[in-house]
Design a protein around this ligand. Sequence first.
Ligand code: HEC
Length: 446
Amino acid sequence: MSPLETAARSLGAALLVFAIAPLSRAQSSAQSVPDQVTFARDVAPILQRACQNCHRPGSIGPMSLLTYQDARPWARSLKQQVVQRNMPPWYIDRTVGIQQFKNDAALSDREIAIISKWVDLGAPLGNPADLPAPRQFDDSDRWHIGKPDVVVTLKKEVLVKGRAADQWLDLDMQDLGLKTNRYIQAMEIKPIKGVKVVHHVESTLIDPDDESPAGRQHLEEYAVGKYGDSFPEGTGMLLKPGAHILANTHVHSDGEDTTVNLAIALKLYPENVVPKHIAHAQQLGSAGDLDIRPNMKNVRADGYTVLPKPAVITAFQPHMHNRGQAQCLELIYPIMSGGERPGAVRTEMASCVDRFKFDWHVVYEYADDVAPIVPAGTILHVISLYDNTTGNKFNPDPTNWVGWGNRTIDEMGFSWINWYYLTDDEYKQAIAARQAKARKTSASLQ
Ligand code: HEC
């Protein structure tokens, strides 16, 4: 059998695994909500887990939800935001594709029902003795990847003049101070000064032994609402001593002179640990040309990238600007039948974000058991939809034609994809292991 035929035969297993994923959500929503719902007993634990990291003094949320006194005036708005699934920010389409994620921030149906009922009952406190102990936050919480091993800032802060055109600045980060080869397990970059004028940052890792384009690879991106990338256990990105980080920073003046500084945090594998696979994080499936006419919605653009080797796709993060409406990642598998006859191509929708919001660049990290394992030759097909009407409240000007461009008022369409390659043998083993697991799961469901 050719490698492609082997691949084709294994696809059935992948489909099966996707198909059983939504069950766990359905099961969790079946549990009933108590007749009496109080803040102290029922609501506070949900806010602690799912909201307070952002909704506390000094964090990014517009108000604190730490105490009953803080939350009570927001009761109506809380209900509305959670029922509409606007909060917490998690915009994956719940009816399509993979439904298990490592960093799933969504509330369960039951949690939403609890908050909703609490508000309908007049938002009572209940018995203060039921309140959980306050959640403890320390500063390392502010790095979403966990406690970093290395943090460096810009070599020199920059001043962004109050009135200037959009600029893309290449800024040097401080030396990482590494003595030996290390591997990155997780990374996060963000502005620590002048947040409001930083549109995005794209950092590049420059090989100390090769400063040519070949020695440069994309490292980490920042955009509002993005909280770093964590690679799955056993995968990582190589960091040589003397490696240099360049931060290409898009700044957007807002009328006031503003000083900008950035910090990048890295979590590293311990010294002498070499992960089995190299992790990649890049923009793929770029649509290229865009033609978004005034007052039109559901304007579609398609982009394609082919993977030359078998791979595991570990995360999906849509990227568009203000007219972005929805984006999907479809997998187009290589041709199924060999020989001379025309063959069918099988496609599978991995994920969609049905309500894209430019303010929330969420990385959706697939759970290990369902991360797509794809054969060599798989095409990643990124489908983007745009809304250039007044119905899109983020639209700066629905009367304008919009094309591809770097400025915030232009558009883009691609996904940030995290993945790692497998050898042909590893691919076969990974598929076999997943098939065995799927058989076990389906047997236990009967
Ligand atoms: C990742 C950070 C983050 C998390 C987690 C989060 N929020 Fe928010 N929330 C924000 C930010 C930032 C805004 C303002 C911008 C926006 O609406 O997107 C906001 C806005 C809101 C608003 C609207 C406030 C207004 O001005 O009307 C409500 C209500 C809200 N959040 C409730 C919640 C609840 C309830 C949870 C947990 C179930 C939650 N949020 C989780 C960051 C967060």
